[in-house]
Write a protein that binds this ligand. Structure first.
Ligand code: SAM
Length: 473
């Protein structure tokens, strides 16, 4: 039944294959010969199959677990350097016809405040986001063909890109909306979106159907096959994710990697990003009602193994996680984080007060301002990056992967990170952040290997101080 190249969900995410994988992982979790072979392959930067990575996930031998973490750190440094890209979610509408039992936007929730941004409200939200320094957004909406049809989403994207407030601009809009048709994906592509993100929530079909009892999202196959339709519609950067806590994490992990292998096999390009959300408290949602929650240790191990298994896929950690947890997983392979996020509709221009009936999707753990996040990253030795160059230069899908595989990042992403950080420091940073940020840029410029790129980057950084904006390699 299992067929990585099939276009049928039940065949490329075969339940039987996952069960056999978990049995194989259990049988080999202390088999040093097998484990060492897998680690050897990973060290050669060949990535890992879902079976191989599942053995490492099952393995609890302390020495081997330490090797896994060390290798993840090394791969992260080699492929992504010390850059961390920043973004913010923008909630457009929380109207939703689905019945997802973990999400407070479910249709039966009569308590939550239902809101949908008008174009005028979007201008206010985006202005507030630009004034913080954000350049990259992920737009979010519930599924509701009447309130949030594709034309509404497209209009919002158009509005977002058109707003130029002071030196601000949103240069990349990623989209996290429900599974849709090839035709609609084509429209999103034409609207120049960055990544199309859709979390699978769970790869376990039976659980999926129970967790999504009503609404169009109930259809497991339609949801699971969405990325193939997105690719057919011309979107070549897609973002996968599992909502950890819904099902057994080892099952999800194998399914997630099988999905990545499927995209690579069929479309020649794996997922652009993988997100690792965990269930959070929200309006009428109590995370303790879900008994598959994972510890911070397991969470960190999953992050490390994603980095090892799919070295060229970016990894995203949101503000669902605390500063402490984010700090722990950053070196293990995270490439993007959100900062200063609001999960309420309209929350950037008008933050909700605790007395108000909320419109938020979940509680945010890391509540720091963007400047605090940038400051923290710099002090940890990272370069906070607001870069959006790749997709604007047409380096999406396999072209981005080629850049990553050839390790050209130091000549391309690294200077882009420095230039966009410089913009942030000039336009939005607090005094201390500006000071340590300028010092960081001086240090990091020296690391650019190509002398011509180094010279041009230094010139652009000088020009940014003179008021020019938006340089990129
Ligand atoms: N409605 C769209 C869909 O069906 O994919 C958009 C996605 S929703 C706005 C973003 C994601 O938030 C969901 O895919 C889900 O994984 C996550 N989410 C929902 N409820 C959550 C909760 N209580 N805690 C953490 N994440 C949650």
């Amino acid at each position: 039944m299992y067929n990585v190249s099939s276009l049928k969900a039940e065949e490329f995410i075969s339940d039987e294959e996952i069960r056999e994988t978990l049995a194989y992982a259990d049988a080999n979790k202390e088999n040093l010969e097998v484990i060492d072979q897998i680690l050897h392959k990973a060290k050669e930067r060949k990535g890992l199959t879902h079976r191989e990575a599942s053995v490492l996930l099952a393995c609890e031998l302390p020495e081997k677990v330490n090797e896994i973490f060390a290798l993840a750190e090394q791969l992260k440094k080699d492929y992504y350097g010390n850059r961390i890209v920043l973004f913010a979610p923008l909630y457009l509408s929380n109207y939703c016809v689905n019945g997802c039992v973990y999400c407070p936007y479910h249709a039966k929730n009569k308590h939550i405040a239902r809101k949908k941004l008008t174009q005028e409200e979007i201008i206010k939200e985006v202005t507030a986001l630009q004034d913080m320094g954000h350049k990259r957004l992920a737009i979010e909406a519930g599924e509701d063909p009447v309130n949030n049809p594709i034309d509404y989403i497209l209009e919002c994207i158009h509005t977002i890109y058109s707003i130029k407030h002071k030196n601000g601009a949103i240069r990349r809009v990623n989209v996290n909306i429900a599974a849709t048709t090839v035709e609609n994906y084509r429209k999103l592509k034409e609207a120049e979106i960055g990544t199309y993100i859709l979390f699978q929530e769970t790869y376990h079909r039976e659980s999926y159907e129970k967790l999504h009892p009503t609404g169009p999202k109930h259809d497991y196959a339609y949801h699971t096959e969405a990325m193939d339709r997105a690719m057919e519609g011309g979107i070549d950067d897609v973002g996968l994710g599992v909502l950890f806590g819904l099902e057994l994490y080892r099952y999800e992990f194998a399914g997630l990697l099988m999905h990545a292998e499927h995209l690579e096999a069929v479309h020649g390009v794996g997922p652009h990003t993988i997100s690792v959300p965990r269930i959070k408290h929200a309006d009428d949602i109590d995370p303790s009602a879900f008994d598959n929650s994972i510890s911070d240790d397991i969470f960190a191990k999953i992050c490390a193994l994603i980095r090892i298994a799919v070295p060229y896929t970016g990894m995203i950690i949101s503000t669902r996680e605390s500063q402490e947890v984010r700090e722990r997983v950053l070196p293990l392979g995270v490439s993007q984080i959100s900062g200063a996020s609001k999960t309420s509709v309209g929350g950037y221009a008008e933050p909700e007060t605790p007395e108000e009936v909320t419109s938020a999707q979940f509680d945010v753990s890391d509540q720091r301002t963007l400047d605090e996040v940038v400051n923290w990253l710099i002090k940890l030795g990272y370069i906070p990056s607001f870069c959006t160059a790749c997709y604007r230069e047409g380096r999406t899908g396999d072209r981005f992967m080629a850049l990553c595989k050839n390790m050209q990042i130091l000549n391309c992403c690294h200077p882009n990170a420095l230039m966009t950080l410089k913009e942030y420091l000039e336009d939005y940073a607090g005094d201390e952040t500006r000071k340590i940020g300028m010092e960081l840029i001086e240090q990091e410029l020296k690391k650019i290997p190509n002398p011509k790129v180094k010279r041009i980057a230094a010139e652009h950084i000088h020009d940014i101080a003179e008021g020019k904006r938006d340089f990129r390699f």
